[in-house]
Design a protein around this ligand. Structure first.
Ligand SMILES: [Zn+2]
Ligand SMILES: [Zn+2]
Length: 694
């Protein structure tokens, strides 16, 4: 059978010229498109944006940034979609399911974090919003969420199972309202909406996450599900394959045998959809602002007061829209001139200004080749994890007092969030690859026969460690934690080949991207792509450093990213070592992010001047060291934009103009492939102060 998209397939050539709103964004490339199927009620869904409001400016394959639209473009898009709903008498609701923060310089590079980010995000007039785990790791982030974001979004923010504890008064209260009841604008449909977070336990102590199974027993919840809306909407920072959504679905269905239910999930960073039954549908919309989810429902019947209406014959549809300007033009029937709205343009400018202020495009160095998180198998010389294991860790995991000791250095793969693309490695890149504030801890002098077993336990013994409350999968990247059973994107290669053949008349060059398989089928992506390979990776990797040439060492220092200490100690116990958290110490100053940047800068600057106190790239900046970062007073070209404290990697600003030529790439390349890269070399001075807590 011909694939369904072929009949409606149109190449998005509405306009050959499209300018990604961020300066420097490369033009998107035209591709065959699948149409959106509008219904009575429609949704646009974002999740796990993790700071990527600038869109994807650097991308693989040179000039093919499939996801280069920015948040301003999305605002224009959502405004046109709202207007279309109004014009046709249908409804459109805008949804976000959390993890808006951490993962991109636009959020992480300022101190306080999010200095410019939150305001840009809030320009999006969302109808329902909930919290993700990343809003809760750091107490300060949760404070901001409770005291600024929740009030800003008012009754749109729903927190069914999260409480906030005011650290000054000790008072505990719901982070936001527990549920929201409202009527849609055009059809007058009664919606009852919940906002859930999965059973997260890694939050700072100023929030409380109630397990979902307990929340559904609460009186307020039991009362709410006995109301008879036309539709239940569950927004959740929950992966579709996690048990929490199933628990909520079962509770709702028990009381309401026929009322439609829709779920919008996140956290797993994948495109996914499933139906719980003929009246209940769920979708998840990817990660990092690569995807805007579209869902529609037709056939909703207004619930009559006596509740005897029969189950409606519902039709659900879902599409995963690439954050691509040509696609957005295509879906709205607009073009470069008619598409951008005033609000959208304003937000794009706001983001561009923030990027400039934070100097996110500043080059630290040049990556000589692509390094992938999951596009290649591990180990592999194109794997980012092999690169860290073989090249970076042997250089940077050094405690000067213990540098002669053999050591094992363990990194959880989830600590690395994104690929490195060949070409410029910018200030933004450091946060994209490694946004977290984790440092390095160690247990000294562990007998090698014990320490050597730890990695295997971390990578294979989920059942053993979960009895200690530490499920090992939580150390991996989200994309592999909760597999759908279809495999992650992509569909397999020969299926794509078949689709290419079907398109032989049009003969398009397909762009690499998502080729999603979900429970509904293979027609979910709005853009027809060539598949990108996806490989599972282990939870953790390990470097052996300063090992004897022959034989095994007697003891080693077991060094690890402090985030995984809750797994390390039980793993040591299981391996036969009687250790407690008291045996763990800080191994060295500096976060993983800092150490990665340091390594890259040290290569980019080889042969250049050592650090000097001035910075010479454009802005008029004065410097004052603070404890962990650098205080910088900005004077933008046009107007003062205030004072911002830049986070740690700013200490790495080279004194010489940033390397930008292919020459610096070549230099890094030759270093990587020379045996000398195994020996430490001079690097910029360490920032003062100690690494931040996990
Ligand atoms: Zn996330
Ligand atoms: Zn998450």
């Amino acid at each position: 059978m011909a694939p369904s998209w072929i009949f409606g397939a149109t190449i998005a050539l509405v306009c050959r010229v499209a300018h990604g709103a961020q300066p420097g964004a490369v033009q998107p490339v035209a591709a065959p498109m699948r149409d959106l199927a509008w219904g009575q009620l429609n949704f646009l869904h974002t999740t796990d944006t993790h700071g990527w409001l600038s869109g994807h400016l650097l991308d693989a394959d040179g000039a093919r940034p499939q996801y280069s639209a920015d948040w301003g473009d999305y605002i224009s898009f959502s405004q046109h979609m709202k207007k279309r709903a109004d014009d046709t008498g249908s409804d459109l609701l805008l949804i976000d399911s959390g993890d808006r923060v951490e993962g991109n310089g636009l959020y992480d590079a300022s101190t306080p974090k999010g200095l410019f980010y939150y305001d840009a995000w809030a320009e999006h007039h969302v109808d329902l919003i909930c919290v993700g785990n990343h809003e809760l790791y750091q107490a300060s982030t949760a404070d901001y969420e409770a005291n600024t974001t929740v009030p800003k979004f008012g009754d749109k923010y729903v927190a069914s199972n999260v409480d906030y504890v005011d650290r000054a008064t000790g008072q505990r209260k719901p982070l936001a309202q527990r549920y929201r009841k409202f009527k849609t604008k055009n059809k007058g449909l009664e919606i009852l909406a919940f906002g859930f977070l999965f059973d997260f336990t890694g939050n700072a102590n100023n929030t409380v996450v109630q397990p979902v199974a307990e929340t559904i027993k609460e009186k307020w919840f039991q009362d709410a599900i006995r109301e008879k809306p036309d539709l239940f909407v569950v927004v959740g920072h929950v992966g579709l394959r996690m048990t929490e959504f199933r628990t909520i679905f079962t509770a709702l269905r028990k009381q309401n045998w026929h009322i439609p239910i829709v779920f919008f999930g996140g956290h797993a960073h994948v495109r996914d959809a499933l139906s719980y039954d003929s009246q209940a549908f769920a979708m998840a919309s990817g990660r990092y602002f690569e995807t805007v989810g579209f869902m529609s429902i037709d056939g909703i019947q207004k619930q009559s007061a006596d509740d005897v209406s029969a189950a409606a014959s519902l039709k659900f549809s879902r599409k995963y829209i690439d954050t691509n300007l040509l696609g957005m033009y295509y879906h709205t029937g607009l073009n470069q001139t008619t598409f951008p709205t005033d609000d959208g343009k304003r937000v794009s400018k706001q983001i561009a200004r923030a990027r400039k202020t934070l100097d996110l495009d500043h080059r630290y160095g040049c990556a000589p080749k692509d390094l992938w998180a999951s596009r290649v198998q591990y180990p592999n010389n194109a794997s980012i994890y092999s690169w860290i294991q073989d090249e970076v860790f042997p250089d940077v995991v050094v405690n000067t007092k213990r540098k002669d000791k053999p050591r094992l250095a363990i990194l959880n793969t989830g600590g690395i969030r994104f690929d490195i693309f060949k070409g410029p490695f910018t200030r933004d890149s450091t946060y994209i690859v490694s946004p977290f504030t984790s440092g390095f801890n160690y247990v000294p002098d562990v007998p090698y026969n014990i320490a050597s077993k730890v990695l295997t336990i971390l990578n294979g013994a989920d059942k053993i460690l979960s009895t200690h409350g530490a499920e090992t999968k939580f150390m991996a990247i989200p994309e592999v934690m909760f597999p759908s059973g279809h495999g992650q994107s992509p569909a397999d290669a020969h299926q794509v080949e078949d689709e290419r053949l079907e398109l032989r008349d049009a003969k398009p060059d397909l762009i690499r991207g998502y080729t999603t398989k979900d429970d509904i089928g293979t027609d979910g992506d709005d853009t027809v792509h060539e598949a990108i390979p996806f490989y599972n990776i282990p939870n953790c990797i390990q470097s052996e450093i300063n090992f004897p040439e022959k034989g095994d060492p007697e003891t080693v220092d077991l060094v690890y990213i402090d985030f995984i200490q809750p797994w390390i100690i039980p793993a040591l116990k299981f391996a036969g070592g009687d250790y407690t958290a008291d045996d763990a110490k800080v191994y060295m100053d500096g976060t993983l992010t800092y150490k990665l940047s340091e390594w890259i800068v040290s290569r980019a600057l080889d042969g250049a001047n050592p650090m000097s106190p001035s910075i010479q790239h454009g802005q008029n900046i004065s410097l004052a060291q603070d404890r962990r970062g650098t205080a910088r007073h900005f004077q933008d070209d046009s107007k003062a934009v205030g004072t911002a404290l830049l986070a740690q990697p700013d200490n790495l600003q080279p004194a010489a103009p940033a390397p930008s030529s292919d020459e610096s790439c070549a230099r890094w390349h030759s270093r990587i492939h020379s045996p000398a890269s195994q020996t430490p070399r001079p690097v910029p001075p360490q920032p003062s102060g100690s690494p931040s807590p996990p």
